[in-house]
Design a protein around this ligand. Structure first.
Ligand code: 2AM
Length: 182
């Protein structure tokens, strides 16, 4: 099973992101149902490992917190690959990711090690961009640098299964873990 952990976004935030995404005319936009904040990409895992992960994740304790999209950014140094919606620094989010990955490593789960860089991918860019396309992406990044979304409460996170289909990945929530609302 190809699995990952993510924070699902409330509908009003996804609606805002669709508007934010719509002015980027280069690349392949991520469909609304696939907009999320990945906490941890676990990649292909045997079913037993997913069950162990599920048991471990049920033991993760953390408080609910508030998030807000703040600006946009891009990944890819030599060639741009992805345009994303960014977040203002949030220590609670960083702590949640730390607790989640620690709990999974503690039960022996093996998954790709990656620096956590919170974001919501808005669009994937083609391998090579023309000078005009590159300018469009740069203009988009500059004009939306000051974008602020509405604040939303993160009261849980989810385990998703990703199925690769010819038209793109299909994501299905297979478990949800609630955070403590105090
Ligand atoms: P991204 O959208 O920012 O690329 C499911 O594939 C999720 O896991 C995606 O949201 C993706 O984040 C994230 N992910 C992280 N590392 C990945 C990888 N090596 N391959 C595919 N997806 C990855």
């Amino acid at each position: 099973m190809r699995v990952f952990l993510a924070i699902d976004l409330p509908e009003h935030v996804r609606d805002e992101l669709i508007v934010l995404q719509s002015s980027l005319t280069v690349g392949r936009p991520v469909p609304e149902e696939n907009l999320h904040l990945t906490l941890c990409f676990l990649d292909e895992q045997p079913e037993e490992a997913v069950e162990e992960a599920h048991a471990a994740l049920q033991g993760v304790r953390a408080r609910a917190f508030t998030l807000r999209i703040s600006g946009v950014g891009s990944f890819g140094s030599r060639s741009l690959q992805v345009v994303f919606a960014d977040f203002a620094q949030c220590p609670e989010l960083v702590e949640l990711e730390r607790r989640v990955t620690r709990s999974l490593r503690a039960v022996g789960l093996k998954f790709p090690k990656r620096r956590f860089r919170p974001h919501v991918t808005l669009a994937r860019l083609p391998k090579s961009l023309s000078a005009i396309e590159l300018d469009k992406v740069r203009d988009y990044l500059v004009s939306n640098a000051g974008y602020r979304g509405s604040a939303f409460e993160v009261a849980g996170f989810s385990l998703f299964q990703s199925t690769l289909m010819p038209r793109g990945a299909r994501h299905e929530e297979i478990a949800r873990y609630e955070l403590a609302v105090i």
